[in-house]
Ligand binder design. Structure first.
Ligand SMILES: Cc1cc2nc3c(=O)[nH]c(=O)nc-3n(C[C@H](O)[C@H](O)[C@H](O)COP(=O)(O)OP(=O)(O)OC[C@H]3O[C@@H](n4cnc5c(N)ncnc54)[C@H](O)[C@@H]3O)c2cc1C
Length: 440
């Protein structure tokens, strides 16, 4: 570790992609990860300990909106729903960040495709029929899934996918390690060490001890919440303000003649209502999450009707606002406009479920997902993803400069490839510096 070229903090889609790309180019990489890097068991115990620990992976705002993030090697992608949405190429390009080639490369390498017929289940089909009957364009969505590894009845991997059908950033972490990168897990980074305006390493805590590692380049990729906390501790106090968190609500109903189960694949089809500012998809849940969502709105008589529940998710593009606290708490209220979008979505989801034949339809609590925009391109990082501190870069959901309301994994992977190319000196395609500071 004493000779490493680059330290990468965090191993979600952002950090893992940079690590894998740099390791493939022969760089000596050290990944420092707060969560554990052990095997994926796909158990409820692992799920709870890596995604649902209050104050660590489960964060609750003052308005009682809860938000989860995976604190584990692979980050939130260990528990995500594996849906691939288009990348906001034009928006990023207007800030001097052109990742078109990187996204195409990622598309060639990753298993991205709509579900094949056998994986598109009767419940998802019924919701699709209801949506089309109610007048919505409701198409299959692209998924990050190795569909050739899938077998009928295989659980989706809500609690982590031990069958490795769902792509996760852990696969890139493993690949980086196989190419010589080092993973230091269970190590929480507190700050980047800055000397004479240059990043020279990181300070982290592991097993109750404070440790440091040095390297000429540091990439912080601790996610939309973790990254601003580390940057503030490193002297960049403006990080962590005016962010988005893509609020969501689900609408559930009881279906008499179609059953669901742990093998149901979430977000297999849906629609994007761009002008209205929200999207809708089918959203079957794990048994545990069904229990939590249903209990939260006191539909106690529905707690045990997991198998007959049809569910639609509405996810909105929210206005930027709020702040991350110095300890990583989330402070943000939904605006009236955001609430109106979710309300409108609930009305449409109710129409769809009715058309699909569901009864006893009700909305659940509002949640938040995908926190980002806390270290925006054009404000706190330039078009090479560099902060004002020399040799200190950021590469995760934090850098996305505007809210666009869609799940961002492919975008983050594209940014990871882009940064790796820059750090490897393949700079030919980067824009001139004057386009690097556009304000939103
Ligand atoms: C339930 C769920 C479903 C989702 N479904 C989808 C989907 O279908 N499609 C999609 O595109 N997106 C989906 N997402 C969102 C997607 O998973 C995230 O947007 C993505 O993982 C963000 O990547 P990231 O690299 O920015 O951060 P993260 O994945 O959050 O990774 C950050 C990493 O940093 C580590 N870390 C944090 N703080 C520190 C620290 N101080 N020191 C060291 N390490 C630290 C964390 O442990 C983690 O490994 C979903 C998310 C959830 C929670």
């Amino acid at each position: 570790m004493s000779n490493c070229d680059v330290i990468i903090v965090g191993t979600g889609p952002g950090g893992a992609t940079v690590a894998r790309e740099l390791a493939r180019r022969g760089k000596k990489v050290v990944m420092v990860e707060w969560g554990p890097g052990g095997p994926v068991r796909g158990s409820i115990g692992q799920y709870v300990s890596e995604l649902l620990v209050p104050g660590k992976s489960l964060l609750i705002t003052h308005g009682l909106l809860s938000m989860v993030r995976g604190i584990t090697a692979g980050g939130s992608s260990m528990f995500y729903y594996g849906t691939c949405f288009p990348v906001p190429l034009d928006m990023l390009k207007s800030y001097g960040v052109d990742i078109r080639d990187e996204v195409e490369e990622a598309r060639r390498e990753l298993p991205i495709a709509p579900l094949k017929d056998e994986m598109f289940t009767p419940m998802a089909r019924r919701i699709q029929e209801g949506a089309r009957q109610a007048g919505f364009k409701w198409d299959r969505l692209e998924k990050f899934m190795y569909q050739d590894r899938w077998k009928p009845g295989m659980p989706f991997g809500y609690y982590g996918d031990r069958n490795a059908v769902k792509w996760s950033a852990r696969m890139y972490v493993d690949e980086a390690v196989s190419l010589g990168a080092v993973l230091v897990d269970r190590a929480k980074v507190r700050r980047v060490i800055v000397e004479n305006g240059k990043a020279t390493g990181v300070e982290y805590r592991s097993a109750g001890r404070s440790c440091t590692i040095s390297a000429p380049v540091v990439v912080v990729a601790a996610g939309g919440i973790g990254t601003p906390v580390i940057l503030r501790n490193s002297g960049i106090q403006e990080a962590g303000f005016d962010f988005f968190f893509d609020p969501l609500v689900t609408v559930a109903g009881t279906m008499g003649d179609v059953k669901t189960g742990n093998a149901e694949i979430p977000m297999s089809a849906g629609t994007l209502l761009e002008e209205e500012g929200y999207m809708m998809t089918d959203l079957p849940l794990s048994r545990l999450t069904h229990f939590l969502f249903t209990g939260q709105v006191l539909r106690l008589h529905r707690l045990l009707s997991f198998r007959s529940t049809a569910r639609i998710m509405i996810k909105a593009r929210d206005a930027l606002g709020g702040r991350i606290t110095d300890r990583g708490g989330v402070r943000k209220h939904l605006s009236q406009e955001d609430r109106d979008k979710l309300h409108h979505g609930c009305q449409n989801a109710t129409k769809i479920l009715r058309a699909a034949g569901a009864k006893d339809i009700y909305p659940t609590w509002t949640f938040a997902a995908h926190p980002g925009g806390t270290v925006k391109i054009g404000q706190l990082v330039d078009s090479t993803l560099k902060t004002r501190v020399d040799n200190l870069y950021v590469c995760d959901c934090s850098v996305i400069p505007e809210a666009w309301g869609l799940p961002p994994t492919l975008t983050i992977i594209g940014l990871g490839k882009y940064l790796a190319r820059h750090l490897s000196g393949e700079k030919g395609r980067l824009p001139p510096p004057e386009t690097a500071t556009r304000q939103p």
